[in-house]
Design a protein around this ligand. Structure first.
Ligand code: SF4
Length: 290
């Protein structure tokens, strides 16, 4: 099937929409080969073991989600610290001492971050959102949706080493798409987006215009058209499809699928399980880091 056919569908048949999260769209941009292995190949190729910085990120996100379910008296910074301790994920640290060191750090970071958080319920916590736009059926989950005096604000937590900047908030495709989706679902204008960097407490913020949100949605639709065409080609010819070229970059040293990818292995040595704890992972195009 050529690309034009894949995009237009067969005569008389409706063209199926393309369901994707912002993460899936960005994976297509990062590396089509990785996209194929992650989303299309079945059985899925085995991925490497979880890294330490991913464990930290999951534990912190889980604690910041569960914090809102605590009774009022426990919804305190020390309550958040205790949630990190209880839900710690001891995977990818190399040795028990490093795991305990990072558990303590994560507890202190979460407690310090929560000092500045209003303990009253936000509008949404890990809120599932979706919308249909052109060929794209966008699905995702917003870490936190605040209602600040009637203004809806999309909040995304970050736990990586690299501090976030306002430019990260401005250029983030996921944040803009979440704002558009919230706007559509709640029938309430949503233009303000924020990245909350838990390790430093830094908040990177941007207020979109209607036009800049529309540009991001158009960008997502364009990515969806290309990815949908590639998916259709894969459905026809499988792994023989030429639509999924490897795209070697600095990300290859961190890629979960590099064991199956000789071009990625040529980029350089694989990063250790705990490397992301001490050095920043490379930023992805259009997105800030984890
Ligand atoms: S190792 Fe690099 S080129 Fe290979 S799939 Fe991963 S990101 Fe793509």
């Amino acid at each position: 099937m050529n690309e034009a056919m894949a995009q237009e569908g067969f005569a008389g048949m409706p063209t199926p929409s393309y369901a994707a999260s912002p993460s899936r769209l960005l994976t297509w941009l990062d590396c089509p080969r990785r996209y194929r292995m992650q989303y299309l190949d079945r059985p899925r190729p085995a991925v490497r073991a979880q890294r330490g910085h991913t464990s930290v990120g999951l534990a912190v996100h889980n604690a910041l989600r569960d914090w809102w379910d605590l009774p009022d008296a426990e919804r305190t910074p020390s309550g958040g610290s205790e949630l990190v301790r209880r839900s710690w994920i001891d995977v990818g640290f190399g040795d028990p001492e490093r795991s305990m060191l990072w558990r303590g750090r994560a507890q202190r970071q979460v407690a310090a971050y929560l000092e500045g958080v209003d303990p009253h319920q936000p509008r949404g916590i890990e809120r599932t959102v979706s919308m249909h736009t052109g060929p794209l059926r966008l699905q995702g989950r917003v870490d936190r949706l605040d209602d600040r005096n009637g203004e809806l604000v999309v909040v995304d937590y970050k736990t990586g080493r690299r501090p976030v900047t306002d430019d990260d908030a401005r250029t983030s495709l996921p944040l803009a798409l979440y704002a558009a989706t919230v706007w559509k679902m709640f029938r309430q204008v949503c233009l303000h987006v924020e990245l909350h960097h838990v390790p430093t407490g830094r908040v990177a913020a941007h207020t979109h215009t209607r036009e800049s949100i529309a540009r991001k949605v158009a960008e997502a639709r364009s990515i969806a058209v290309d990815a949908r065409a590639a998916d259709a080609d894969y459905a026809q010819v499988g792994v023989q499809s030429q639509a999924f070229a490897a795209r070697p970059s600095a990300l290859c040293q961190w890629c979960d699928f590099r064991a199956h990818c000789p071009p990625g292995q040529a980029v350089g040595p694989e990063k250790s399980d705990w490397a992301g704890l001490d050095e920043p992972t490379p930023p992805r195009p259009g997105a800030s880091q984890e």
